[in-house]
Design a protein around this ligand. Structure first.
Ligand code: 5GP
Length: 197
């Protein structure tokens, strides 16, 4: 039985990760991991966006070592539970983890075969435009977002693949191509090879 590939997708907010991951997961039959968080649900969000947990519940799961990775971002916990990810990989279905570089580094340490993909908008000007485009922030909040984005980009240099999100369609195709290539790595097919020996 072949194993699925584990892909970590990171990039600054405004790079378009969520839209691309959702579409590629649907088309490529990839399991898009749902993170657990202790932050409050925003209007319009549902259990399909996050697994919303209490701090007590989250900390109980940390103690049980149930997380593949977790982080505290802006005072809230965010994390990826091991069980659904490994169940999917074992069934041969690949997984997308849309997580920040900090989480990506943790996963890479505990799961050596994880492939890390970094997504960027086509230029710094486009990044600025996309962050401004949300139009919900004050100037100070925008500056903070821009600063965070640049700090995250600076940590991308040891990622495996870079995908520039110019048009959604091309970016989805590119992510699916990287997924296919990752699935074909020999280490995902050792059981199959054994059947010939
Ligand atoms: P938001 O609250 O806007 O949905 O997400 C805030 C930040 O948390 C984003 O930078 C997002 O990438 C990060 N995040 C979401 N889920 C996870 C997760 O499972 N693990 C880690 N480490 N970060 C996450």
């Amino acid at each position: 039985m072949s194993k699925g590939a584990l892909l970590i997708i990171s990039g600054p907010s405004g790079a378009g990760k969520s839209t691309v991951c959702r579409q590629a997961a649907l088309r490529g039959d990839v399991y898009l991991s749902i993170s657990a968080t202790t932050r409050r649900k925003r209007p319009g969000e549902s259990e399909a966006d996050y697994d919303f947990l209490s701090v007590e519940e989250f900390e109980r799961l940390i103690a049980l070592e149930a997380f593949l990775e977790y982080a505290n971002v802006h005072g809230n916990y965010y994390g990826t539970l091991k069980a659904p990810v490994f169940e999917s990989l074992d069934k041969g279905r690949s997984v997308f983890l849309e997580i920040d570089v900090q989480g990506g580094a943790q996963v890479r340490q505990s799961y050596e075969g994880a492939i890390r993909v970094f997504m960027l908008p086509p230029s710094k000007a486009a990044l600025k435009e996309r962050l401004l485009g949300r139009g919900t922030e004050t100037a100070a909040e925008f500056e903070k977002r821009m600063e965070n984005a640049i700090a995250e980009i600076a940590q991308s240099k040891d990622y495996d693949y870079l995908i520039v999100n110019d048009t959604i369609e091309e970016t989805v195709q590119m992510l699916l191509a990287v997924t296919k290539a990752s699935e074909q790595r020999v280490k995902n097919h050792l059981d199959f090879i054994e059947t010939f020996l």
